[in-house]
Design a protein around this ligand. Structure first.
Ligand SMILES: Nc1ncnc2c1ncn2[C@@H]1O[C@H](COP(=O)(O)OP(=O)(O)O)[C@@H](O)[C@H]1O
Ligand SMILES: [Mg+2]
Length: 292
């Protein structure tokens, strides 16, 4: 027993200390690894891939109105959209904002039509590539159909983290407008809109564009528009004559926080040839309520 204890004591005394974890050898400034690390650090970000170029057709079927500006740049609807664009731009400048969500209480009031034409009008007043149109009606996307665009991955894929924003950009040639379509999202739309990828996407749009126009779903039917306007902080309310009641309109504006509503477009839904197609009531000038 004594021998064993003695052997253990001697063993402990002779045991070499546990080696400390070796720190990596310093990288010599002239080594290839050092030069590679330096290159990584100073490398400029990869350039954007070239966007898919699209020319809007003027031979539309049901989309005549959605493409009013392209079909007839000098016509009355184009003229009233240019006037609307100037007012929206002025109001966004005044508030130091770079995006506006086109909203309405219900469906079929003309949100997508107004969003497309407003974006085209803003683009025609601005240098190429300064304006973007983004379809955030994730439940019923219609910008692609309205403008007759080719089908490709959209912002839904960006929000799911499957692709980058620059990879889903479509560049309309005349006027120069970047369009981001979306695919239909079947589940957990709200999850995508409250996620951090949505905020990151909005910040990227702010960095890239002077103005971004967002199409949205009906405010009274789903909570999406309220969530979007919370982030974008500016809305343009569309109301279709004979469709939206005064109460529904007021309720929708309340849901969005009235101070965020820049103004209202009254979509009269009369003949496309009529100059009265869009009667507008705008912000401070008219108190912002079309039913007054
Ligand atoms: N002022 C208008 N005159 C004629 N048709 C219109 C007018 N505004 C919208 N439309 C048509 O009504 C339908 C619904 O419009 P849309 O813009 O898709 O509404 P929302 O996006 O609010 O659901 C579309 O077919 C569109 O072309
Ligand atoms: Mg729509």
């Amino acid at each position: 027993m004594g021998e064993i204890t003695e052997a253990l004591r001697r063993g402990r005394e002779n045991a070499s200390p546990v080696p400390e974890r070796a720190s990596p050898p310093p990288v010599a400034p002239e080594s290839p690894a050092y030069r590679e690390a330096l290159r990584e650090e100073t490398r400029a970000p990869a350039p954007d891939p070239p966007p898919e170029q699209v020319t809007l057709s003027t031979q539309q079927d049901n989309g005549w109105f959605a493409r009013a500006l392209v079909a007839d740049e000098h016509g009355a609807p184009a003229e009233s959209f240019r006037e609307l664009a100037l007012r929206v731009r002025r109001e966004l400048d005044r508030r130091s904002l770079r995006g506006v969500a086109v909203v309405s209480a219900l469906r079929a009031e003309g949100k997508t039509t107004v969003a497309c034409n407003l974006a085209l009008a803003l683009a025609s007043l601005t240098r190429d590539g300064a304006v973007a149109l983004v379809d955030l009606d994730l439940r019923n996307p219609s910008v692609r159909r309205s403008l007759g665009l080719p089908r490709k991955p959209g912002v839904d894929a960006v929000l799911r983290g499957e692709t980058r924003l620059v990879d889903v950009r479509l560049a309309i040639e005349r006027p120069g407008l970047d369009v981001y379509q979306t695919g239909r999202v079947e589940t957990d739309v709200q999850g995508l809109l409250v996620g951090s990828k949505f905020v990151t996407m909005l910040r990227e749009l702010e960095r890239r564009y002077e103005i971004t126009v967002f199409d949205t779903p009906p405010t009274l039917l789903v909570p999406d528009a309220a969530i979007i306007v919370e982030q974008v902080r500016a809305a343009l309310a569309v109301s279709r004559a004979g469709l939206t009641g005064r109460r529904s309109f007021a309720h929708a504006v309340d849901l969005l926080t009235p101070a965020r509503v820049l103004g209202c477009v009254l979509n009269e839904g009369t003949s496309p040839a009529s100059a009265k197609h869009y009667g507008e009531y705008y912000g401070a000038d008219h108190g912002g309520d079309p039913s007054e």
